[in-house]
Design a protein around this ligand. Structure first.
Ligand SMILES: [Zn+2]
Length: 236
């Protein structure tokens, strides 16, 4: 079990940690600030700094078999640390912050476009959601204008926890059909964009929509009869 520090505070850039296990997939720590690929958000990159002064470059972070198992994938050819080694785990903050901004923006997009979300993906500087919108056409300019209004309005973004049973009683909270909410531990983490969006989400988010900055809708693609893919990018 790894203590998932990013879950309580997405702004943590580094932490002290101890190596628990090392195998061909990568390095497991007792605690980490590295977000593992999941829920449409890519895994973090960064460094594991050893007390000797040497660093191990982490090129990806993956989820292991258990729900709280995080695998730090080292650059090929890295000399690996022994279990028990104390180190400092440090993410590439600039990249993660862009991912947090775009991820949070997809919550806004969810509220702007009607229809069920059938898929989504955040990448560095871009993001997309696929919507099931039978018979409707989506307007690029209108969506961009609504998104940028919500961004500049400065809505607070906060986590909230509910029990699995409370979530089961409110299935309408699950907007994203392709992304299962993180559950099974008895409680589920909801992300609330005050007055805009509330849904289960295990990703990392900015604290206020203003932090997202201006965005553009770069493209709306047809993906089948009633599926529309809305693609966003940062305006600057
Ligand atoms: Zn989210």
């Amino acid at each position: 079990m790894t203590e998932l520090l990013f879950r309580e505070d997405g702004y943590l850039r580094s932490c002290d940690a101890r190596v628990m296990d090392v195998d061909e997939r990568g390095i497991k720590l007792d605690r980490t600030v590295f977000y593992p690929t999941g829920g449409g958000q890519p895994g973090d990159t960064g460094l594991l700094r050893l007390s000797s002064g040497r660093s191990i470059a982490i090129i990806d972070t993956l989820r292991g078999a258990g729900s709280d198992e995080v695998i730090h994938v080292p650059e090929t050819g890295s000399a690996l640390p022994e279990p028990g080694t104390e180190l400092v785990a440090e993410i590439d903050w600039e990249r993660r912050h862009r991912l947090m901004r775009m991820h949070t923006c997809l919550h806004l997009l969810c509220s702007v476009v009607p229809g069920a979300v059938t898929g989504g993906q955040v990448s560095d500087g871009r993001g997309r959601l696929d919507f099931d919108v039978p018979g409707s056409s989506l307007d690029k300019a209108a969506i961009a204008s609504r998104l940028n209004a919500l961004i500049t309005e400065g809505h607070p973004v906060d986590p909230r926890w509910i029990t699995d049973d409370e979530l089961a009683a409110q299935p309408e909270l699950v907007r994203t059909m392709s992304v299962k909410p993180p559950s099974g531990t008895g409680r589920v983490r909801l992300m609330e964009v005050a007055g805009v969006d509330l849904q289960p989400c295990g990703g990392t988010h900015v604290r206020n929509t203003r932090e997202i900055g201006p965005v553009v809708v770069t493209k709306i693609e047809s993906k089948g009869k009633q599926n529309r893919r809305v693609i966003l990018a940062f305006a600057e």
